[in-house]
Write a protein that binds this ligand. Sequence first.
Ligand SMILES: [Zn+2]
Length: 277
Amino acid sequence: MVEEEVGFGVLFVGVITVALSLLIVFLFFKMLDAVYLSWFKRPAWVHFYLYKKKLSNDQKAILGKGSGFYNRLSSVGKSRFEHRLQCFLNDKEFIPRQDFVLKEEHRLLIAATAVMLTFGMRKYMLPILEKIIIYPKEFYSTIDERYHKGEFNPRLKALVLSWKDFEEGFSIEDDNLNLGIHEFTHAIHLNSINRSDTASAVFSDGFSGLLRLLRNEHLVEEIKKSNFIRDYAFTNEFEFLAVVVENFIESPLEFKRQFPSLYKKIQQMFNFRFAGY
Ligand SMILES: [Zn+2]
């Protein structure tokens, strides 16, 4: 009886010691992560998966044809992208409206846009977004009683797209017009507000920096004069971001050449350090 009690006591102390050691290691890494983030304005690591989900060959073929970004990734990058894409597809509800016939191609290419934009972020599931509603073409919005090509509605946690316009955005890769990139940027932006995770912290910090840059009237004048960034950007700060991200993805080299300080801010916010960006 006494031996059993002693044995149990040793086991209990052992378990507590291991648990405390793990907690100390965890807190130590969390602290290092925070220090790295505040020094370098980017996460110490982005991708870590114990197990990676895979796409079928058919899905990969669709992605290979429709996503230039995916094609430019290394083989390691592709497998990470595929894992994230599968998780995103499993998490979101895709809802066709009117006579739109939803196919795998539509789901994949829409999800690929979100995964591309969040590929430099540790958290990429965008909890602010639950539903993706797809219309065949422009749709009537009861919010402002006008026809829209796309919108993000945080109250309904829904991103709404006209497939015709989404597709047009990707068919010409360098015209700086891309509906999918524009609307997902709104979703990422709103998702980052009031959140404390690493990706949101980097994004919000970068966005504050971007607003500081825009206080420079000379720079704003230069942007307006250049015709590189379309006028709609100057509607408000949310639209400014969504429009410049379209330019960032579609014409990165030209963007970097014309407005290096602005380019750097967007690069920091999205932690884009891959596929030539
Ligand atoms: Zn917008």
